[in-house]
Design a protein around this ligand. Structure first.
Ligand code: HEC
Length: 383
């Protein structure tokens, strides 16, 4: 850790510098100042120590110091990293729960939200004491929301599943509720009490499907958080990539190939063009997943994958956006039903169907979705 002959080459100083590689730009800025101060203090202390003959002649310790986990695992467990992941995977999806669970997103004056306000008021009236402060799931900030979910999940209750179920992430209330149907009807506009245990029912009805991307993102975040909390990660290879960024850009594939099975779950990987080498980048720049509907269309929201390559083709900021241009779309079809058991899985070689190049604009929202048909995807044996 400390190089007595050339103190400025000490490994500990290099470790402090490592923070500069943080790929999260915001994080990098916040920490730059602290890190500089830390670096200078350590450098001065090492230099002074290296000059002190009494310290230099001390015997070396028998055991090496330092944490027993790899640097990357410690970084992964940092609360700011967990929060950053929460923002991308859960917070970014909150408008799917609008207006019922997002009181801070309703604009009290805007005409645009008039209908939402009225709907909510009516719901409050109809639900009576079912409409509690627990309806306010999404707080004003992602920090407060994550804190609330974590705090709520520490409560022990036998008649209500925890919001985040760290033992079995897919059995988290925040996932089971929006994927559940309305409670049983017991007369005109009258329902049984909603259930908070399996089988769960949701007074909001089905708002998310086990195959869609929000579901995948919610489960991925809870699984990761659970593993961090229980210290399950032991090696760097086990860490999830966790570099997804939600966008408002959408794609719609119509006329799916006739050999795709009904309700096929499909993943699309989008690759950019590598000008320098005149070929497609091996690493995808964006990803989406969808289920083929009865009219043989698949619809998906783009998730961007952060990498060196995507720095150039993506405008990050608050609203990450993939630049228009030439892209390769690779399609994978889940014939093996991998995603049914493991919703966060990424399909592989065996599931590859075909690919095709497209000059894409990647419009935002459903009406501007980038459209193409199944004919674009030429079958290829190789990956
Ligand atoms: C149209 C309104 C509506 C929408 C949209 C809606 N819900 Fe709900 N949700 C309700 C109502 C009403 C309740 C209270 C009764 C119940 O528990 O089913 C509820 C309850 C819940 C609860 C239980 C909260 C607790 O602490 O007891 C969770 C969790 C939940 N919803 C998650 C979601 C998520 C996540 C979304 C978005 C993906 C969503 N809901 C979308 C109406 C809605």
């Amino acid at each position: 850790m400390i190089d007595l002959k050339t103190p400025e080459n000490s490994k500990i100083l290099k470790l402090i510098k490592m923070g500069e590689k943080d790929y999260d730009k915001g994080q990098k800025m916040i920490h730059a100042k602290n890190r500089e101060a830390e670096y200078e203090a350590f450098a001065a202390w090492i230099k002074a120590g290296a000059k002190d003959p009494r310290l230099v002649s001390l015997p070396a310790p028998k055991e090496t110091a330092g944490p027993d986990k790899a640097h990357e695992i410690i970084r992964h467990a940092r609360i700011d990293r967990v929060l950053d992941s929460f923002k991308r995977n859960v917070w970014s999806q909150r408008m799917r729960c609008f207006p019922c669970h997002t009181p801070h997103e309703i604009d009290g004056n805007s005409q645009k939200h008039r209908l939402a306000r009225e709907r909510l008021k009516k719901m409050k009236h109809n639900l009576g004491n079912l409409f509690t402060e627990r309806m306010d799931i999404f707080k004003e900030t992602p920090e407060a929301t994550m804190e609330y979910l974590i705090r709520d999940s520490k409560r022990k209750s036998r008649n209500r599943l925890p919001m985040l179920n760290l033992k079995d992430p897919e059995k988290s209330l925040i996932i089971l509720k929006p994927t559940a149907r309305l409670p049983k009807k017991i007369g005109d506009k009258q329902f049984e009490e909603p259930s908070f245990l399996e089988p769960v029912s949701h007074m909001g009805g089905i708002k998310m499907h086990p195959d869609d991307f929000s579901y995948k993102a919610f489960v991925a975040w809870i699984e990761d958080y659970a593993k961090v909390m229980s210290g399950q990660y032991t090696s760097e290879d086990e860490l999830p990539a966790d570099n997804w960024y939600f966008t408002q850009q959408m794609m719609l594939m119509r006329e799916a190939p006739s050999d795709w099975p009904e309700k096929a779950r499909v993943q699309f990987f989008i690759h950019g063009w590598d000008k320098a080498h005149k070929r497609w980048f091996r690493e995808p720049i964006a990803f989406t997943q969808g289920t083929m509907n009865p009219r043989r269309a698949v619809f998906g929201t783009l998730f961007l994958l952060r990498s060196k390559q995507s720095e150039k083709k993506v405008h990050w900021d608050n609203d990450p956006t993939l630049a228009p241009g030439e892209y390769l779309i690779k399609a994978y079809v889940d014939r093996r039903e991998v995603l049914a058991d493991n919703p966060t899985a990424i399909l592989g070689k065996e599931d590859f169907y075909g690919q095709g190049a497209i000059n894409a604009k990647w419009g935002k929202l459903f009406k501007n979705a980038q459209k193409f048909t199944g004919a674009l995807l030429r079958k290829r044996a190789a990956h």
